[in-house]
Design a protein around this ligand. Structure first.
Ligand SMILES: C[S@@+](CC[C@H](N)C(=O)[O-])C[C@H]1O[C@@H](n2cnc3c(N)ncnc32)[C@H](O)[C@@H]1O
Length: 202
């Protein structure tokens, strides 16, 4: 047995996570994001949302047009100035110092894998908060080493054949959520399976 085979024997176990998953046509992402949010709003009249990647507020503006019986208050952060945001700057920096428990929803509509923000969220041990996320394994296919380490891959294993450990990114992401105590997620995946729109509750 060579070193790699020996390392492969040490691949960490998968934790189970129940999931409800739907496939979705490509190019329907705005509609899918809106639908996921409308169908999973908390049962409250006033809903406070922190949107880490606010962009042009397309998603939450479209949620508001579909939901008339709730008062949805969105605080948006974005690194780029747009008319729809209240806080301009790096969402990681803002969220590290914020009281995230003050929100009913935290929205992570990222262009890649929002691992660093999830780590901040999990470390704050929030309760009764709904998390929406967009997961995209970018063209390079890279996954955060920190996430891989949290689910049990060692630096040595990852360095040896990184491409191997970047495979099946969403399965690894689900395993990460399970390790962090998430028991159920609901998600839509685009047919190329590179982008997933999902949610879970803390
Ligand atoms: C997919 S778009 C968000 C779209 C938005 N949810 C909407 O409904 O219009 C991702 C956004 O994340 C922003 N972004 C990327 N990295 C960021 C960071 N570290 N901090 C804050 N904003 C960031 C980009 O400027 C971009 O507007």
């Amino acid at each position: 047995m060579n070193n790699l085979q020996a390392d492969m024997k040490m691949i960490p176990r998968q934790l189970s996570l129940s999931d409800k998953c739907f496939s979705v046509e490509r190019n329907k992402s705005s509609y899918t994001k809106m639908r996921l949010r409308v169908e999973n709003l908390p049962k409250k009249k006033v809903v406070k949302v922190l949107e880490a990647y606010g962009g042009r507020n397309i998603v939450w503006n479209s949620v508001k047009t579909k939901v008339s019986n709730k008062d949805i208050r969105v605080l948006s952060i974005d690194g780029v100035e747009t008319s729809g945001i209240q806080l301009r700057g790096d969402c990681q920096k803002f969220m590290t110092g914020m009281n995230l428990q003050a929100f009913d929803i935290i929205d992570l509509d990222a262009y890649s894998v929002p691992y660093k923000l999830l780590r901040i969220i999990f470390e704050k041990k929030l309760k009764d908060v709904t998390i929406f996320f967009t997961f995209t394994q970018t063209l390079t296919g890279r996954l955060h080493r920190g996430m891989l380490k949290e689910i049990g891959y060692t630096q040595k294993m990852i360095e040896k054949v990184p491409e191997l450990f970047f495979r099946n990114g969403f399965e690894k992401f689900k395993n990460y959520l399970a390790f962090r105590g998430v028991r159920k997620i609901t998600y839509f995946f685009e047919k190329d399976e590179k982008t997933v729109f999902g949610m879970f509750k803390l």
